[in-house]
Design a protein around this ligand. Sequence first.
Ligand SMILES: [Zn+2]
Length: 326
Amino acid sequence: MYVVGIDVGGTKTSVCVSDHTGKICTQQRMVSGGDASLAGYEARLSTLLHAVIKESGVDRADISAAGVSAPGPLSVKDGLLLAPPNNPGWFDVPIVAMVRNMLDLPVYMNNDANAGVLAEQRFGAYHDCQNIIYLTFSTGMGGGIIAAGQLVQGITDMGGEIGHQILDAAGPPCPCGMRGCFEVYCGGRNVELRLRDMLAADPSINTLLRQRCDGDLERLDHAMFAAAARDGDPFAVAQWDAFIERLAQGIGNLIMILNPEVILLGTIALHEGDLVLKPLREKLPRYTWSWPLQACRIETTTLGKRLGDLAAVAVALSAQPVPSSL
Ligand SMILES: [Zn+2]
């Protein structure tokens, strides 16, 4: 059995054909945004889908479904991307109906974080675990939760919106309308903006970050921040410590509520490894009891760069009967 995976990322849309074990036969990408009209995107996606299926050599009759993994907000029930971030001004894009019309297949959808944890559960190193949390914090923060073997979808598809738990109700405003969300403190984009604001507001702060971005604070990014912290720059070290403290607070709450076997961190943790994991493990005892903490492994995502495609594949397969050979 084969499925088509469609990973609608922030900048690129990736399309693949995979078998039920996650072996990807072929994969191609196109730019996600830039179309003035929905018809333009639809035409490009249709062309790419048919090209990828042809290139895979898989018989159309052997393809049973397609899965879409996309950034939220979205409605799984209605098959809509509510406000795709790569095409500002677009609303309620009927992506499921579009793909169904293109391929004449059953089409399933979920947000990229839920899709990510489905992929880890099905294809990752912890596939034998029944309680898994996947947490990504690149631009915003997304979370996917498997509890007692089942994806936590929630009644309005917002189960696992880990990034908008409140860590401090008097904290900085979040674009979602609340204050002090986890994402405000630990989402990569927000961290960059806060550092830029701090350095712009106080020219007396002496830090390697000013040289690394050649005095242009717009160029300051999370990778520069991590590198300066690694190099021992006192400002970057102090800010990194504050970042990890909030990460521990948010993850500690998750451990107390869900008692998971494993928490898998993507993006920044995947890039920076022990610069995140080591201090995080040291701080966590302040935010959770020792029993659930000792039972919880905290690691980086095990699927690495394959996660995006496999997330879409897992969405397609999650609505299918599991083959007896798996
Ligand atoms: Zn928020």
